[in-house]
Design a protein around this ligand. Structure first.
Ligand code: ATP
Ligand code: MG
Length: 566
């Protein structure tokens, strides 16, 4: 298999080239590595979001492209915030995205004993010491970017004393915060991460997997690189905020008898307009009831996107096509919509649904009769075939498709005007019926029997084509339409991100009508409502009432943005 085979998915688009791929190619060519091993290391303290999809796509993508493997490793070193619920959800989301991590989920907590043994090795080689300073004191001693730090008064304890204290830390003799294990590096280093960073802290807290076995836990900086080394990870790909930690990563690997020598590389995290990608802040949206849960269709979580109806393949295409760079950037949300539309255009069946029904009576159509007309299921896919749609004297059209006083360029129905009903006939509006309040409640129309199938019988043209459903066979549906969750295009930069919420982000249409073919669609099915957009069956559906989520409209704002950029 060539690189190209991997980089190309069914969309036929190639992923852009990037520096990580170049590094791996060079490492293979120079012999620094023979097997490409990557890992995706989520901390199980929340649900995965679209930012994680970028990291997932890169890690799994590189492993697949170079015939290697990608591990899924739970970075579960902080028992305070981690839960089994998240561990299960992360695996479920990865399965949904369609990535294969070889069947075995790995856990940093599986390495606690090895990490502990290596910590003793650091003590024995003079590279770590037990400190009694509190967290605040450690901070005060650390210095600033301009000023060097100061040595802790406990820095020069003997190896024996350190070993003894560390073993007693492990045995549970000290309360939380009373002692730490710190690397002995350089309190004057220009890189603050090298000023004797904390490797272990006392934390009397049960762990979701190891229970009460431990009351000291390793820090991220200590656990991460060593876990990489244990797993034989060749390229440890992480986001830019860890660039300053790399010297520490290398220092620890250098000091320890690790079975392999992984290298860390940093890339820019994904930022998306109108979107917040921080588990902590997403959690706040859930806790404050701003959204209806982690899987709310407006959430940028993989759960939310899945419930919304965004196809896994569209997320993968998106993650690949945004590219990988070292410089921070912001991706326009419209690009995610573009990838979604691209996929659904080829795969989603076309159906007719009327969101705001307006009754139409075809006066010259015989009462009590009806007929079946052929409707195309997907013009992009001949194999999808056609289905019969029933036409009769009483129909619903979209209220927005009628105007009594049509403005310029409004080509849909108006008094005296002829339009096409999709797959059916030309109709002309002859009369408008109102209720006492003056609201239009019904249109009287005539149809031209010679225009069956929607074809012009004599070359005369109509400008508008409307979707419709037959009243007698229509089924009820609830339709939930969505806008951006945040009005601000950079909510993370707002002083109070909750104030940037778009209060119109969800609209529920209770009384929509659809053609009967939609009644039996299973949860998760994605369809196009002709002329409206793509919609997905929501799990809230009940046997008599299907609930649809709007996935994305048909309007391609991304193409407009691209044109404007050119
Ligand atoms: P958050 O800031 O949302 O809490 P995190 O970085 O703390 O995210 P982790 O569970 O530690 O979340 O992340 C797992 C992996 O996903 C890490 O390698 C991290 O760098 C990567 N990742 C997280 N957010 C993004 C993002 N927005 N773009 C790209 N990669 C990301
Ligand atoms: Mg993190």
């Amino acid at each position: 298999m060539t690189d190209k085979d991997h980089a190309t998915t069914e969309t036929g688009r190639d992923g852009p080239d990037h520096f990580v791929r170049d590094i791996i190619r060079e490492d293979l060519a120079s012999g620094r590595v023979t097997d490409v091993v990557t890992r995706f290391p989520p901390e199980p303290n929340g649900y995965l979001h679209i930012g994680h999809a970028k990291s997932i796509g890169l890690n799994f993508g590189m492993a697949a492209e170079f015939g290697g493997r990608c591990n899924l490793r739970m970075d579960d070193t902080n028992p305070v915030k981690e839960e089994m619920e998240y561990i299960e959800a992360i695996q479920d989301d990865l399965n949904w995205l369609g990535y294969d991590w070889g069947g075995t989920t790995l856990y940093a907590s599986d390495y606690f004993q090895q990490l502990y043994d290596w910590a003793e090795h650091l003590i024995e080689t003079g590279n770590a010491y037990v400190d009694d300073l509190s967290a605040d004191e450690i901070r005060a001693y650390r210095g600033t970017l301009k000023e060097p730090g100061r040595n802790s008064p406990h820095r020069d304890r003997s190896v024996d004393e350190n070993l003894d204290l560390f073993r007693r830390m492990r045995a549970g003799e000290f309360p939380n915060g009373a002692k730490t294990l710190r690397a002995r590096i350089d309190m004057a280093s220009g890189n603050i991460n090298m000023r004797d960073p904390v490797l272990y802290r006392v934390l009397h807290e049960a762990h979701p997997r190891t229970g009460d076995a431990w009351c000291i836990y390793p820090t991220y900086d200590y656990a991460h690189g060593q876990s990489d080394a244990i797993e034989g990870v060749s390229h440890s790909l992480c986001t830019l905020e860890f660039a300053d930690h790399r010297p520490l990563y290398d220092w620890l690997i250098e000091c320890l008898p690790t079975p392999s020598t992984p290298k860390q590389y940093e890339f820019a995290r994904l930022n998306l307009t109108h979107t917040m990608l921080s588990k902590r802040k997403l959690m706040q949206l859930v806790k404050d009831g701003v959204v209806d849960g982690w899987d709310d269709p407006r959430m940028p979580t993989l759960r939310g996107m899945r419930r919304r109806g965004i196809p896994a393949q569209a997320v993968r295409d998106f993650a690949r096509d945004i590219g990988v760079a070292r410089a921070d950037s912001v991706v326009d949300y419209a690009f995610l919509e573009f990838c979604t539309r691209e996929y659904l255009n080829r795969h989603a069946l076309r159906r007719m649904a009327v969101l705001k029904p307006l009754k139409v009576v075809i006066e010259n159509y015989p009462e009590g009769e009806s007929e079946l007309l052929d409707a195309v299921n997907n013009p992009e896919d001949e194999g999808a075939g056609t289905r019969p749609v029933e036409f009769s004297r009483t129909l619903y059209i979209e209220r927005d498709d009628f105007r009594e006083d049509p403005p310029k360029k409004f080509f849909r129905l108006a008094p005296g005007r002829e339009v096409r009903l999709r797959y059916a006939y030309f109709i002309t509006c002859t009369d408008v019926i109102r209720d006492e309040s003056g609201k239009v409640v019904e249109l009287r129309c005539t149809y031209d029997p010679a225009s069956r199938g929607g074809d012009s019988p004599d070359g005369r043209k109509v400008r508008g084509t409307l979707h419709w459903v037959n009243i007698a066979t229509a089924v009820d549906a609830e339709v939930r339409r969505f806008e951006q969750l945040f009005a601000s295009d950079n909510p993370a930069a707002e002083e109070d991100f909750l104030a940037a919420i778009n209060r119109n982000s969800k609209t529920v249409i209770e009384a929509a009508k659809t053609e009967p073919a939609l009644a039996g669609e299973p949860v998760g099915a994605q369809v196009q409502f002709e002329r409206l957009g793509y919609f997905c069956v929501d799990p809230d559906s009940t046997p008599g009432r299907t609930v649809f989520n709007e996935i994305v409209s048909l309007k391609d704002t991304w193409k407009k943005i691209q044109k404007a950029q050119k």
